[in-house]
Design a protein around this ligand. Structure first.
Ligand SMILES: [Zn+2]
Length: 305
C-alpha cells in the first residue's frame, strides 16, 4: 500500500461529524470522479469510479444517507493498471439519481452549486477531502514532498487552487502535465497543514516524524561537512567579508542586495568570528557551508561594483 492510498483509507474510515460536511465530501468526490450516463427511457444515472474499495464503500454510505441515492457497487478491471481493480458506483435513475443531480446542480464544470455546498469553513475542508479521495495523491515523505489534486480541466484546477489557498498558509500552484491540469504543493509544512485540513491525522503524524528525521539527518550532514581546520584562513576571509560589507553600507547600497544576501551580510557583521558552518546553522532556514561561502562570495563581488 502506498502512503497515498493509506491516507485515503484513513479518511474513508473516519466519520465527519456534521451532516453538511458529509454532503460536501460526497459532492467533492462526485465533482472529481462522477459522470452521468443515459439509461433508456428511465432517464439519467450518475456513476463514479475509484481504485480504493474503502473509498467506494464510504461514498456509497454518504450518497444514501445524505441524498437518499442508492448506489450499486461494481468491481471491474482497472483499464490502465494491470491487476488493479476499479470500483464503480452507479446510481440508476430510479434509485435517486435525479435527487442527487438536482442537489448538486448537475455534474459539469465547477459552478455556483459547488460553491454553495462548501460555503462554511467546515464544508470547505470536507469538500477538499472529497476531491482528495477522488483525484488526490500524496508522495511517500521519505521519497519527497508532493501533494497533488489532478483536476483535468484548467478552470476546475484554478477553482480548486482558490479553495485550497483560502486556508491560511497554503499556497498551492497549478501546472499542466500532458493536458491534465494539476494543483500541487511541494512544501512540507503546507502538505502537513493540508493533511490536517482533510482530516488525515494519523498520516499527518507519520509525515511529521519523517520530516523531523530528515531534518536531523540534514543537520548532521551539514555539521559533518564542516571543516574548522584552518581557523586562521577562515579569519582572514572573515575580515575581507566584513570590509566588503562595510563598503556596501557606506555607499548606501545595502538595499540593492537580494534579501537573503542582506541577511547573510548582517549575520556576518554580528558574528565576525563564526565559521561558515556556524553561520549556516544560524540562518533560517539553515544552509550548508558551501552555500554560505557562495553567498559571501557574491557579497564581495557586489562590493567591487
Ligand atoms: Zn459543514
Amino acid at each position: 500500500m502506498s502512503f497515498s492510498s493509506d491516507t485515503k483509507n484513513e479518511i474513508a474510515h473516519s466519520r465527519a461529524a456534521k451532516p453538511c460536511c458529509r454532503s460536501a465530501v460526497a459532492a467533492g468526490f462526485i465533482r472529481a470522479r462522477g459522470y452521468v450516463f443515459p439509461q433508456g427511457r428511465a432517464g439519467i444515472g450518475v456513476a463514479m469510479t475509484t481504485e480504493n474499495p474503502a473509498v467506494a464503500r464510504y461514498i456509497k454510505t454518504l450518497l444514501f444517507e445524505r441524498f437518499g441515492a442508492s448506489a450499486s457497487l461494481h468491481v471491474g478491471d482497472c483499464g490502465f493498471k494491470k491487476g488493479r481493480h476499479a470500483y464503480e458506483l452507479k446510481v440508476a435513475p430510479e434509485k435517486g439519481a435525479d435527487r442527487l443531480l438536482s442537489q448538486l446542480g448537475g455534474i459539469g464544470p465547477l459552478g455556483a452549486a459547488d460553491e454553495r455546498l462548501y460555503k462554511g469553513k467546515c464544508c470547505r475542508k470536507a469538500y477538499l477531502k472529497g476531491l482528495f479521495l477522488g483525484v488526490g495523491t500524496v508522495s511517500e515523505p521519505e521519497k519527497g514532498y508532493n501533494l497533488e489534486i489532478a483536476c483535468g480541466d484548467e478552470a476546475f484546477a484554478y477553482a480548486v487552487r482558490r479553495l485550497m489557498n483560502s486556508f491560511p498558509g497554503i499556497h498551492a500552484r497549478v501546472r499542466t502535465r500532458r493536458g491534465n491540469a494539476i494543483v500541487y504543493l511541494k512544501n512540507a509544512e503546507q502538505i502537513k497543514d493540508t493533511l490536517n485540513i482533510i482530516g488525515a491525522h494519523a498520516h499527518l503524524l507519520k509525515f511529521e516524524n519523517v520530516m523531523i528525521l530528515k531534518n536531523i539527518r540534514n543537520r548532521t550532514n551539514r555539521i559533518n561537512n564542516c571543516d574548522n581546520a584552518n581557523l586562521d584562513r577562515a579569519l582572514g576571509a572573515a575580515n575581507r567579508q566584513i570590509e566588503a560589507i562595510d563598503r556596501i553600507r557606506m555607499e548606501g547600497r545595502m538595499d540593492e542586495l537580494p534579501s537573503h544576501l542582506i541577511d547573510m551580510a548582517l549575520l556576518r557583521l554580528e558574528r565576525p568570528e563564526a565559521s561558515l558552518c556556524e553561520l549556516g546553522e544560524l540562518l533560517d532556514p539553515p544552509i550548508g557551508k558551501s552555500a554560505v561561502h557562495d553567498r559571501l562570495r557574491r557579497i564581495i563581488e557586489f562590493s567591487r561594483g
